[in-house]
Write a protein that binds this ligand. Structure first.
Ligand SMILES: Nc1ncnc2c1ncn2[C@@H]1O[C@H](COP(=O)(O)OP(=O)(O)O)[C@@H](O)[C@H]1O
Ligand SMILES: [Mg+2]
Length: 327
């Protein structure tokens, strides 16, 4: 990510005990030449690497043998990603463990910046945010249809890329994703509290509605500049997620009653009361955006236009691109 991870290793915190000896120019798994660090997260490092035989740049996520459970997690992430193919989900190419015990996952390199990095500069205009989240929800609905719940949707894990001249969101980091089959209870409670749904914080079963919650938190943050449930420390944040009522952000223009109703439904504490699926949330946002783009002609009769199938028409794409590049 150019802004946060500009290739200067010195700006990135070093994780003790990991990646000893790995540096620019090294060859991983006999084929990936390391170029520069793109980012670091809880699992390890993501490098830009060059595959010489194919003359192709890839992003290589690496976990060192020192962290054995993390290594298993990375291979699990690779298998889940391999079962998905969608423009809004990062594509995986290869995975394995080197002779030195380093687990690696090779994927498309995303040239852009995370939504989190983007939001450090300024919040998004509401229709632009909604258009981006509609595209993201397309990918999320595809993951759910394939039986996978992501469990870690947040602005850090959404990368805004330039795809054929149009700005598009791409979902990364399926590191704590779980299959929807079974009881949906994950072996750990990993996650970031301000984005975690109440049931996830409680260690209960997670399903598509858990991702609906985190998507609505992220959309709320995209338009207000802050997550809806925050606190001075993790424990207070978690207790606010569980118990605090959702507060209407009075300082956001264009957050009208209909959009507020959509967010409110997506952020119901009890999953039974919440928007049931990513597809349903996407449909609601698409209908909202279509109404804004083509408001029904007053006065009433003629029929109210059907919600459009393509909620992010070219005019919005052009607007998104202009707005996001001019800040
Ligand atoms: N495919 C990619 N292309 C470019 N940068 C990436 C890619 N995947 C991850 N990154 C960068 O590496 C960081 C950590 O990756 P992520 O998969 O989120 O790891 P973790 O599971 O440790 O959080 C991301 O926040 C992003 O900056
Ligand atoms: Mg991450």
């Amino acid at each position: 990510m150019p802004d946060r991870d500009n290739g200067s290793d010195a700006t990135l915190p070093r994780l003790p005990g990991q990646f000893r000896g790995l540096s620019t120019g090294d060859l991983v798994a006999d084929r990936y030449r390391l170029v520069r660090v793109l980012g670091r997260g809880g699992m390890g490092e993501v490098w830009e690497a060059h595959h010489a035989a194919l003359d192709r740049r890839v992003a290589l996520k690496l976990v060192h043998v020192d962290a054995a459970p993390m290594r298993a997690r990375l291979l699990h992430e690779a298998r889940l990603l391999a079962s998905l193919r969608h423009p809004a989900i990062v594509a995986v190419h290869d995975a394995g463990v080197t002779a030195d015990g380093i687990a690696y996952l090779a994927m498309d390199i995303l040239v852009g910046e995370s939504l989190a990095t983007r939001l450090e500069r300024a919040r998004l205009e509401v229709p632009i945010a909604v258009a981006l989240f509609i595209e993201l929800l397309d990918g999320l609905a595809a993951a759910h249809a394939a039986g996978i719940v992501h469990r870690d949707i947040k602005p850090d894990n959404i990368v805004l890329v330039d795809r054929a001249g149009q700005l598009a969101p791409t979902l990364i980091d399926f590191g704590i994703a779980v299959p929807l089959v079974g009881d949906g209870v994950a072996p750990d409670r990993a996650g970031t509290p301000q984005y975690m749904a109440p049931e996830q914080l409680r260690g209960l079963a997670c399903d598509a509605r858990t991702d609906v919650w985190a998507t609505c938190v992220s959309l709320y943050e995209a338009v207000t500049g802050r997550a809806p449930f925050m606190g001075p420390d993790l424990a207070t944040t978690a207790s606010n997620v569980l118990d605090a009522p959702l507060a209407y952000p009075t300082d956001v223009e264009a957050l009208d009653g209909k959009l507020w109703a959509i967010l409110t439904r997506g952020l119901r504490k009890d999953p039974a009361d919440r928007t049931a699926s990513a597809a349903e949330l996407r449909q609601a946002l698409a209908a909202w955006l279509a109404r804004r783009t083509n408001p029904p002609a007053p006065p009433a009769p003629p029929a109210v236009p059907e919600p459009r199938n393509d909620p992010a028409p070219d005019v919005f794409q052009a607007l998104i691109k202009r707005k996001l590049t001019e800040v």
